[in-house]
Design a protein around this ligand. Structure first.
Ligand SMILES: C[S@@+](CC[C@H](N)C(=O)[O-])C[C@H]1O[C@@H](n2cnc3c(N)ncnc32)[C@H](O)[C@@H]1O
Length: 502
């Protein structure tokens, strides 16, 4: 199975994942199509994301953007970028007024303020009028909200963190010092309490219990105090009123937050990471979600290097773990899919330190997590430089030649899984694995195969078994002429195994 994947994902160092974490949400975020187009664009997104109330209000703003009071309120933002999120600022201004009981005519139509969503065109028209009247009556407050950068804190993103913290505990068996960069109100820092209170689900139960959390520190350019009325109102106002379930989860998380102390510092993420120190007897976990896209390239690079430097000093008594949940790529098509990834120093389960494992993907709200399927492959060479290939007897890639490999069994270490697969599929016993790289492949059923490939030396007459219906040694020069699984040749070439046949 290993090596079937397209090779572009192969060079996984810390944060080296494909185009994940590559940049801002997409080139379109930097475009300046004009305020009307921005509102129409968000209306389309709201429609897609099951938010018809906001979709209609965004269309209403587009329609009346040239009319008072909208024309003067929006005038300063005529040249705004899509990424400035002006619609969210305006819509949340009115949502905030409704939540503060200052806009009852709007509130009666919003599920988050106890109202009933508009049922027909007449209701929608009444809501539009109430919305415009509220803006008119509260021009000053709306203008202030328009000037404020939206700041949310999505509790659902804690689901993946909880799962990977359990994975880290299984691996290192130590309590955790949890540091979050771009933490907003730091709700995720209360991860254990949120799981205990049932606010977020305990996904991936086979990974055991959560570790004890002995330190919770969040950094943000503008941290929000989730225990203050103002902070709570700001956070809740940014939830789309169509999404009553998310709103309720946030409300419950805010209740939990009041009982758990966290330290929030006003700092740039890079300065915070540079100041981190390892401590014997604890795992230092650096976590972030939905913030990488806001960082300039030099800050991202600085954080990467700071973590690598810290990681170089990490030991099993003082490990470093980095967990991120960030958009899969900057393309508009895939920016609504996030990757949940973990990197550890030292390495875990047979992987070297600093290898980023994409454990799953999520919608922007963080749950549910679609878990990756961990797999391992073996690149076995004999003393003549020949490579051991199998012809696959099962899907995926049935009938095609590939390196031996397959799924990891339970808690089996990746490198041991690779050696086992080689033995089962070819009868050849191998030892002394050397990690080569990681590739990803679509499983065809919504999840992703994440395949760690290991190099081995081996010899003997192969006997096909298990998933393989043939097994043979091939000279590197012959492999290009075989019917091989997608991406195999490219991956082997990129890793330098086919140089003699190029
Ligand atoms: C979209 S919010 C995400 C908040 C939270 N992590 C979540 O997933 O709900 C992005 C956060 O990153 C913070 N941020 C942006 N640039 C930052 C930087 N250079 N250093 C620290 N925080 C930053 C913003 O203030 C904001 O709170």
């Amino acid at each position: 199975m290993g090596g079937q994947s397209t090779p572009e994902a192969r060079s996984r160092g810390p944060f080296g994942v494909r185009r994940a974490y590559a940049g801002v949400m997409g080139p379109s975020r930097d475009s300046r199509p004009g305020i009307r187009a921005i509102f129409l664009d968000i209306a389309a997104s709201c429609e897609r994301l099951d938010a018809p109330i906001y979709a209609d209000l965004a269309r209403c703003v587009a329609e009346y953007s040239d009319v008072e009071p909208l024309s003067s309120l929006l005038a300063p933002y005529a040249d705004a970028r899509v990424g400035d999120m002006i619609p969210l600022r305006l819509l949340s201004a009115v949502h905030g007024l409704a939540l503060a009981r200052r806009a009852p005519e709007v509130a009666i139509y919003l599920p988050t303020t106890g109202g009933a969503a508009p049922r027909d065109d007449a209701d929608r028209e009444r809501l539009r009028r109430a919305f415009l009247a509220t803006i008119d009556a509260h021009r000053k407050a709306v203008a202030a909200s328009l000037a404020r950068v939206p700041q949310t804190n999505e509790v659902g993103r804690t689901v993946g963190l909880a799962a990977l913290l359990r994975r880290a505990r299984t691996g290192f068996g130590l309590p955790v010092r949890l540091h979050e960069i771009g933490c907003s109100a730091g709700l995720s820092l209360r991860v254990d309490a949120l799981v205990a209170a049932g606010v977020v689900s305990a996904d991936h139960p086979e990974w055991g219990d959560l570790p004890d959390v002995t330190e919770r520190i969040g950094c943000d350019l503008a941290p929000v105090d989730a225990t203050s009325t103002e902070g709570r109102l700001a956070l809740t106002s940014f939830i789309w009123p169509d999404h009553a379930e998310r709103f309720e989860r946030l409300r419950r998380a805010l209740d939990v937050a009041g009982g758990i102390d966290v330290a929030l510092v006003t700092a740039d993420a890079l300065d915070h990471v540079r100041g981190l120190r390892l401590e014997a007897g604890t795992t230092l976990v650096v976590w972030h979600s939905a913030m990488w896209l806001y960082l300039p390239p030099e800050t991202r690079e600085g954080i990467r290097s700071a973590l690598e430097r810290l990681g170089a000093r990490a030991t099993r008594e003082s490990p470093l773990v980095h967990i991120g949940l960030e958009p899969l790529s900057e393309d508009r098509e895939t920016q609504h899919r996030f990757t949940l990834a973990m990197t550890t120093w030292p390495g875990l389960d047979g992987l070297p330190p600093g290898v980023e494992v994409p454990w799953g993907t999520t919608p922007p709200g963080g749950s549910p997590v679609t878990w990756s399927v961990p797999c391992a492959g073996g690149i076995v060479r004999d003393d003549q430089g020949r490579i051991l290939l199998v012809r696959r007897g099962r899907e995926p890639a049935r009938g095609l030649w590939s390196i031996p490999g397959g799924r990891i069994d339970g808690d089996e270490p990746w490198d041991e899984a690779a050696a086992r697969e080689v033995l089962e599929e070819t009868g050849i016993r191998v030892a002394d694995p050397r990690y080569v790289g990681m590739v990803e492949r679509d499983s065809g059923s919504g999840s992703t195969y994440v395949i760690a490939d290991f190099a081995f030396a081996g010899d003997g007459e192969p006997q096909a078994g298990d998933d393989a219906d043939d097994a043979r040694w091939y000279d590197p020069g012959e492999i290009g002429d075989l019917d091989t699984s997608p991406g195999l040749v490219e991956a082997l070439r990129e890793w330098g195994y086919l140089t003699s046949c190029d």
